[in-house]
Design a protein around this ligand. Structure first.
Ligand SMILES: [Zn+2]
Length: 338
């Protein structure tokens, strides 16, 4: 087996992306396939992606595989459950089944946390908040080089902080959650497209071209994201805030809008101004598959927090839109940072 290489699988509702990486997170092989839904379908797709990766490595798969998957994961049993967008309900022993098929050690992790670890690996930043803006809004922390999960796997579930007590009911059961106004779903509803261009990209292009309605929607959206970033800063205070997820593919125009909103929030507050949040917020570098990279190297994560349930579905008691997939990409139930 390839001793220095590891495999990461980022399993979302649209695609399964597999990557073979070295210990530094450099990708040496990649494969992606459309996800077949249902427990057996997910297993079949994952197996097929692994087969494809093995072919790139002269038929020899590395001995360590990590899975990042939406839903609730039980890292001890290797099972995933309540991943409704994958068609998985009851606990399904995905890691154990893949271990049987490959002979490898297989670890499993929530996809947002795996992507958070991947963001740490590719950025080289040891202390960060990863804000995943996709279908939903989710975040994760790496603090002093360790992944922070929280006692119930809900650390940094900033998308479900209620910011409007009179707002609409959220899938989590609360009212006015931040995610309801700061996610790819928000943009898709406010700026629908024919599907050829992702709504976020279309909206930002229209705003750049001077469409006043698009400017208003963009700035309101950026303002809500800035609120989320301010919450992460004032509660935990990481060195850097990294924006990823499907909406981040908009690129620099997104960062510029968020930075402008952060500066506007800080105007009149020497306290906030001194924190320089705009200067410490950045985009995920490049288009690295951080979900798969983080999954591959999750064994290095030095996890802190409870080793029990991962993911927020237990918290929200809902099959709703926690987390973040590519806006039009892998719309995982509880997040997928692709
Ligand atoms: Zn909520």
């Amino acid at each position: 087996m390839n001793g220095d290489l590891r495999v990461g699988l980022d399993i979302g509702a649209t695609k399964v992306l597999g990557a073979v990486v070295d210990n530094d997170g450099a990708v040496v092989a990649q494969s992606r396939q459309p996800t077949r839904l249902g427990a057996e379908g997910v297993l079949t797709t994952a197996t097929s992606v692994l087969d494809s990766l093995a072919k790139d490595l002269d038929g020899v798969l590395p001995a360590h595989i990590g899975i990042g998957v939406c839903g609730i994961v039980d890292r001890d049993s290797g099972a995933v459950s309540h991943a409704v967008n994958l068609g998985i309900g009851e606990a399904f022993p995905l890691a154990a089944l893949l271990a049987d098929r490959t002979g490898a050690e297989v670890l499993i992790e929530n996809d947002v946390l795996a992507a958070t670890w991947g963001a740490h690996v590719v950025s080289g930043i040891d202390d960060l908040a990863f804000l995943s803006v996709g279908t939903g809004l989710a975040a994760g922390f790496v603090l002093s080089g360790k992944l922070r999960r929280g006692a119930h796997g809900a650390a940094a579930e900033v998308g479900h902080l209620p910011v409007d007590p009179d707002g609409p009911r959220c899938s989590c059961g609360q009212r006015g959650c931040l995610e309801l106004s700061a996610s790819g779903s928000t943009l898709a509803a406010a700026w629908p497209t024919d599907g050829q261009v992702p709504p976020a990209a279309a909206l930002f292009a229209a705003a750049a071209a001077g469409n006043t309605e698009a400017v208003m929607i963009r700035d309101r959206f950026a303002g809500r994201l800035a609120e989320g970033i301010r919450i992460l800063e004032l509660s935990v205070g990481p060195d850097a805030i990294i924006i990823g997820g499907g909406v981040s593919h908009v690129g620099e125009p997104l960062l510029a809008a968020v930075a402008a909103a952060l500066r506007a929030q800080a105007a009149g507050s020497p306290f906030l101004t001194a924190l320089d949040l705009a200067g410490r917020t950045r985009l995920l570098p490049g288009q690295e598959p951080v979900g798969a990279i983080g999954a591959a190297l999750i064994g290095n994560a030095g996890l802190t927090g409870n080793a029990g349930l991962t993911g927020s579905a237990g918290l929200t008691g809902s099959a709703g839109l926690t987390g973040s997939a590519g806006l039009t990409g892998s719309a995982g139930l509880i997040g997928s940072a692709g």
